[in-house]
Design a protein around this ligand. Structure first.
Ligand SMILES: O=C(O)[C@H]1O[C@H](OP(=O)(O)OP(=O)(O)OC[C@H]2O[C@@H](n3ccc(=O)[nH]c3=O)[C@H](O)[C@@H]2O)[C@H](O)[C@@H](O)[C@H]1O
Length: 453
């Protein structure tokens, strides 16, 4: 019997060859999966960059609640959030702040996602000025309302930089990129009564934040003219009636008022040392569409509609509390008038070259209305009886009445309020029901708001 051929060598060779083939294909597989991984990573990076450049922190959802943004330095922002300071960011900042009319202003509006800030930004943009917003979107009240205002502004090509007044490097960067002609400084910790709960927030925003802004503005080249929000509350326990700019303002009744008064003194200092042109506007209880939910007219509306009881304050001697409620459109005209008549700052590079303008104005409605009357108007508009709870005003910083004399603002820039409380509240309620999607019987009562614009 012939011996079978010795195949052990062939088998070994074949096994070896198959091993080599496997090894080769695994290597190939490894190499191609590495390549695939790298390509995927690259595509992901490109997509992330694309979306951060084209969709800065705007939210289509008006009820989106962003993370808290307090004291978050733009320099520490991660590479992939929006990369502030990057080329695309600078382009957006420049585009938003470039005026579109001859001799138009380039205005930095702080608190642009706030009530007065958003209205003023839109009005400035509408007439051809360049507007760049700055806002920290803090959660003092529901930030979704601020996001909704931001959405509205973005539709009008107004970009809001998300950042804090106390972020020095961010402010410096903004002034490096844009030669702002004006700053409309409306960012602040507002609210009279909240100062008892969170006093530090008033010091941080209204004093430290204001000083930080002035420090950067005084070193800027050119120095901008600054118009900023003071408050009717600086009159405190003043008993003169109506309040005029010459009256005493050294008896503030709340820490809020004290920080606004401090702002007026700080403004004096920066005007004196550095030649910054500064105008303080004492706003009197401003109300209207897109308003602040922490204010009485706003939460009264909410509570009346929800059948909850509301507290109506009266003075220690059982008198009615009254406010010179001022409609937002009138205040916007006042702010623009103040910007239009603002003198140029005289300094440059932190050095004063000559005396500069320093002004302060009341922007009120000149006709105080008792809070009880405000509630009756709302009851009529909402077609709902309020559950009223009249109580003596707690010692919380509130003053018994406010009443503006606006002669000075009229003389210097033609400020003349034209909206009475009933008309203004009708417009507010019309906005309120539409924003919060409330139909019901309210609709009929606010139809007049359509007719009167
Ligand atoms: O002019 C200003 O510089 C300030 O105006 C606004 O303060 P105020 O005039 O206090 O407005 P707002 O709170 O709406 O209370 C209105 C009235 O309702 C009374 N009030 C209030 C609450 C309540 O539960 N019951 C009540 O009767 C209350 O006693 C008051 O008489 C801004 O909030 C503030 O940021 C600042 O800008």
């Amino acid at each position: 019997m012939p011996t079978p051929p010795d195949t052990s060598k062939t088998v070994k060779l074949e096994r070896y060859n198959s091993y080599l083939r496997k090894l080769h294909s695994t290597k190939l597989l490894n190499a191609s999966s590495k390549l695939l991984f790298r390509v995927t990573l690259l595509i992901a990076l490109v997509l992330i960059l694309f979306f951060t450049i084209n969709y800065p922190p705007l939210s289509d959802n008006p009820h989106h609640v962003p993370p808290h943004q307090h004291h978050h330095s733009f320099l520490s922002t991660s590479l992939f959030s929006i990369s502030p300071g990057g080329a695309a960011w600078e382009k957006q900042v420049r585009h938003s702040s470039t005026p579109r009319r001859p001799n138009g202003f380039s205005v930095l509006v702080t608190g642009a996602a706030g009530f007065i800030g958003s209205h003023c930004s839109l009005a400035l943009k509408k007439r051809g000025d360049g507007v760049l917003g700055l806002d920290n979107f803090n959660n003092y009240y529901d930030p979704s309302l601020k996001r909704a205002r931001q959405n509205l502004l973005s539709k009008h090509q107004i970009f809001i930089v998300e950042g804090d007044l106390n972020d020095g490097p961010l402010l410096t960067k903004l002034f490096d990129v844009v030669p702002f002609t004006h700053v409309l400084h409306l960012a602040a910790q507002a609210g009279v009564r909240y100062a008892m709960q969170n006093p530090q927030s008033y010091v941080s925003s209204n004093i430290a934040g204001f000083v930080n802004l002035l420090e950067v503005a005084k070193s800027a080249n050119p120095q901008p003219s600054i118009v900023w929000a003071s408050s009717s509350s600086v009159y405190g326990l003043n008993t003169e009636n109506p309040f005029s700019e010459r009256d005493r303002t050294d008896q503030p009744a709340s820490l809020y008022a004290a920080t606004k008064k401090a702002g007026e003194e700080i403004a004096h200092t920066y005007n004196h040392i550095y030649g910054l042109a500064l105008t303080g506007l004492r706003f009197f209880t401003v109300y209207g569409p897109w308003g602040r939910p922490d204010m009485a007219y706003f939460f009264f509306t909410k509570d009346i509609l929800q059948g909850k009881s509301i507290d109506i304050y009266q003075t220690q001697d059982q008198k009615e509390v009254a406010r010179d409620f001022t409609y937002i459109d009138d205040v916007v005209k006042g702010c623009l008038g103040a910007l239009d008549t603002a003198g140029k700052s005289t300094g440059s590079g932190g050095k004063k070259k000559g005396p500069a303008q320093l002004r302060v104005y009341n922007l009120g409605n000149t006709s105080p209305v008792p809070v009880g009357r405000l509630v009756s108007i709302l009851e009529g508009l909402l077609n709902t009886k309020a559950k009223k709870h009249v109580i003596t005003m707690p010692r919380n910083g509130d003053v018994p009445f406010t009443h503006a004399n606006v002669t000075l603002a009229y003389k210097d820039f033609g400020y003349k309020p034209t909206t009475d409380l009933a008309t203004g509240l009708r417009k507010f309620v019309k906005w309120y029901v539409s924003y919060f999607g409330i139909q019901r019987r309210v609709k009929k009562e606010t139809q007049h708001a359509d007719e009167s614009g």
